[in-house]
Design a binder for this molecule. Sequence first.
Ligand code: ACO
Length: 399
Amino acid sequence: SLDVSSLTRQTGLTALDYGFVNTAATKSKITYIDGDEGILRYRGYPIEQLAAGSTYLEVAWLLIYGELPTADQLGEFDERIRRHTLLHEDLKRFFSALPHTAHPMSVISSALSALSTYYESGADPHDPEHVELTTIRLLAKLPVIAAYAHKKSLGQAFLYPDNKLSFVDNFLKLNFGNMAEDYEINPVLSTALDRLLILHADHEQNASTSTVRLVGSTGANLYASISAGINALSGPLHGGANEAVLEMLGRIQDSGEGVKRFVERVKNKEDGVKLMGFGHRVYKNYDPRAKLVKESATEVLQALGVKDPMLDLAMELEQLALEDDYFKERRLYPNVDFYTGVIYKAMGFPTRMFTVLFAIGRLPGWIAHWREMNLDPQNKIGRPQQLYIGEPERDLPQR
Ligand code: ACO
């Protein structure tokens, strides 16, 4: 690799790199990806092993602190997170100020900005003890905020967190429980959701993580940086793709145009239509997460006894695309978002909550990157260059 910053200083040359296809903005020890081989590892551990034998909280610890926790460390981490799930009562009024039609991604990013009004006034956002507390608060409160965004959209009452429950069960109860009856835990849902959160927990310098790092590089606090990351994640080319996939499948189903005709329209780039959930900037062979999500989709639907024609449609679409030269030549394969929507739907989440679930999964990764950057002595404010192509100097006309 080439250290372009020193080369730029020596030669005055600027590299133009739309979309940062070839620009490393940092060194990192957190996540390793080999896009050609379809490899993803968190802190050296293969994603397949973590998905099969770990939990979301253990993976969160691993990403943030660099090693697997001991049983005591994990127990204490879990306990601290449970103790911080409650939101300030005043923050609940914040939800009343928003329309029930608000997209939950806008609600959660705004709520995280609002959290900094409670916890950052007068604080040093880089004080190590404060960063520890903020880490716990974020992990504990984002799921609660997310569930309230969901309940708000339904016009239903917010439940208090039930801290006897595990992280995922508490979250599921806050979303699907109600005041009138006891919430029944479904281990199939809990295991599947925990696994999906692990698969989303980090992905090195993707657009939202790079946003968190860029905002954080200015000295901004964790809430502000992560709120910005959530906004970056909301776009359909990034996390918003899981929502877009289900909308696409729904449109194909409702229009009756058939999968073949839809694929033709994608290939002809009619109205810029894309096969959502396909393609990736880094994976040019296959996305290892997509394989695991596809397995989960079949298992979860079977275990829940749900028969969803959307899953069959997605599989048909995948098969057709994988056999087609357009997709082969461009090395386009299903990404993590292709099958997640089908699972979230089977769990009972509305489409607009899908990207919120991605955000909860990605939170430990964002925190780990913000922390790594702030401990890096080489860290400096992120500030890309541009090549100016506008007008040369000119004078205002005499008036
Ligand atoms: N459907 C149809 N064609 C596609 C798709 C797709 N999903 N993705 C890329 N292509 C085509 C492009 O049109 C382009 O074709 P061309 O050479 O004829 O112009 C070629 O493949 C290369 O694509 P780029 O857009 O240059 O690839 P890039 O790396 O910039 O984009 C991206 C990656 C944004 C993920 C893209 O594949 C895409 O838009 N996919 C659909 C949205 C999606 O699923 N996003 C989720 C990504 S994963 C995540 O964020 C968790």
